[in-house]
Design a protein around this ligand. Structure first.
Ligand SMILES: [Zn+2]
Length: 233
C-alpha cells in the first residue's frame, strides 16, 4: 500500500470520524490473545461482538507463548496490572501458518534469505513457536496462563479456535478462578472412523455377450446408480 494511499485514507477517516469519549476501562473487562494472521484482522473481534474500547487485543504469530517469547503473557500481565481485566480469551484459528514442521520452516527461512545462524543457536521450532495442532496449542497456552503466578487469580481464561473462513468459534478449554488444576471441557474432536466392514454387494450378473452389430445400434446410455448403491473408485 503506497504511503500516499495510507495518508489519504487517514485524512478521509479523520474527516468523517468525530472524536469519541472513551471509557477508562475496557468495557467488557476482557483481554484476548490471538494470532497475528492477516485473515483475522477486522474479523476476529467482529466475530465476537467486540467493538472499539471493549477489550485488549494481543496478537502474535500462533497466539502462543514460548520459553523464548513470553510477550503474550507480558502483555496480559500489563493489561491486568493497569486495568480491571476479568476474562482472558486465547483464540487460535484454523489454517494457522505456524502449523508447519521445522524442515518446511527452515526451507522458507532459507528462501527468504535469512541465514540459519541469525537465530543465534536457538532451536528453530522453539524460536519461531511452531505449533503442531491449533487446538492443542490453545489448550497449552491456557494451561500456562492459568498456571502463571504473574496472572491475577481473578481472571477466568477461556480457550477457543475460530474457523478463519466461517467465523465459527469452537470452545476448547476453560479455567475459572478457584479451579485447580486446569480443566478441559471440550470433547475430543470428532475422528473420522472408517465405516464398519460390510458384506460385499451381490455381484451384478454378467449380461450375455451381445453381438457387435447390436451393440453398435444401441443408443448411448447414461449411467445411473441404483438407489442405495455406493460409488467407489
Ligand atoms: Zn495463525
Amino acid at each position: 500500500m503506497p504511503l500516499k494511499d495510507i495518508l489519504d485514507a487517514n485524512a478521509r477517516f479523520v474527516a468523517r470520524t468525530p472524536p469519541e469519549k472513551l471509557p477508562d476501562q475496557p468495557r467488557k473487562h476482557l483481554a484476548i490473545v490471538t494470532c497475528m494472521d492477516f485473515r483475522l484482522t477486522g474479523f476476529v473481534d467482529r466475530a465476537l461482538g467486540i467493538e472499539r474500547a471493549d477489550a485488549f487485543l494481543i496478537r502474535n504469530a500462533g497466539n502462543t507463548a514460548t520459553a523464548l517469547d513470553n510477550s503474550a503473557l507480558r502483555s496480559v500481565v500489563a493489561a491486568c496490572m493497569n486495568f480491571d481485566i476479568r476474562e482472558l480469551l486465547v483464540i487460535g484459528h484454523t489454517r494457522c501458518a505456524m502449523k508447519i514442521d521445522a524442515m518446511t520452516a527452515l526451507e522458507k527461512m532459507r528462501a527468504a534469505g535469512i541465514p540459519r545462524d541469525a537465530l543465534g543457536g536457538h532451536d528453530l521450532r522453539e524460536w519461531l513457536g511452531l505449533i503442531t495442532d491449533e487446538r492443542e496449542n490453545v489448550r497449552r497456552v491456557v494451561n500456562e496462563m492459568a498456571a502463571s503466578r504473574l496472572l491475577p487469580k481473578r481472571v477466568a481464561i477461556h480457550g477457543f479456535v475460530i474457523d478463519v473462513d466461517t467465523g465459527v468459534l469452537s470452545h476448547i478449554t476453560s479455567w475459572e478462578p478457584g479451579a485447580e488444576p486446569v480443566k478441559s471441557v471440550a470433547p475430543a474432536p470428532p475422528t473420522t472412523q472408517p465405516p464398519p466392514p460390510t458384506a460385499p454387494p451381490p455381484r451384478t450378473p454378467v449380461p450375455p455377450p451381445v453381438r457387435r452389430d447390436a451393440a453398435e445400434r444401441r443408443p448411448p446410455q447414461t449411467f445411473k446408480p441404483r438407489e442405495g448403491e455406493r460409488l467407489g473408485w
